[in-house]
Design a protein around this ligand. Sequence first.
Ligand code: R5P
Length: 291
Amino acid sequence: MLILGGTSAKNIATNLGNRLRQPLVQTSYKRFPDDEFYVRIHDKLAGQDVIIVQTAYPDQKIVELFLIQDAVHDAGAKSITVILPYFGYSRQDKKFEEGEAISARAIAQHISMNADCVITVDPHKDHVLKFFTVPAYSCSAVPTIAQYLKEKNIDFILAPDKGAKERAKEAATLINCEYDYLEKTRIDGFTVKVTPKKLDARGKHVAIIDDIISTGSTMAHSIKELKRQGAKSVSIACTHGLFVGGAKEKLLAADCDEIISTDTIETEFSKVSAAECIAETLLKTVQHIKN
Ligand code: R5P
């Protein structure tokens, strides 16, 4: 098995290589003056099981992935497993309005063209795995996040909406503390409304847990609600930290005590790694490919 790290998942690729004691494939990447991407693989890949690790976000990184897949396929790899630490476009998982693209399906189908298997971390909805035309699996970074929160003596977990309730429950069970959820209504891409609800958070060290922090609006509203209800501290944690549109400033202005994210998207808040859950899933999956 050989690990090939793309430009958007260097940390996870290195971490996976170390965990699995597998070498990283030597590659050259550059951009032409017109910003088009160039990839060249230096190692011999013929007959090898190759694991490509590349987060599919933002758009440029998706094109990079397609070119890497093409080069690996052309080099005669025996199998290609694509690890998408973050599966960009997966939130557009259906037509919300007539005439829209099902973006998750479009990206998944193209990735499947040069792949035998795909693994992703905490997809927004599990059904997006069905859009790949090759076997696709997901793993969860929640246990790793929960371990970090446990060490920080968090004693209450909150989900910012009903959709994230199971994630909060899983983390709370691992930490052995209480959990609850809020009712959130999304108005548009930048605006959300959080319905006030009595929570048992007074005097507690609370962590709000979600799959994605994008603009930070969901978390900022939830932090304010918790502080209003007397929480002693409010940390926020997510698997995929996009932090767009002034999210950091918004979260700090909401009096957030700590921001925690994994490294599926590498940022200053990547305090835990998704590599552990990926490695576990990869070992099971590669066994499956070999059989
Ligand atoms: C949506 O349901 C997701 O789980 C997140 O809650 C959402 O993507 C967060 O977006 P934002 O940070 O822009 O509020």
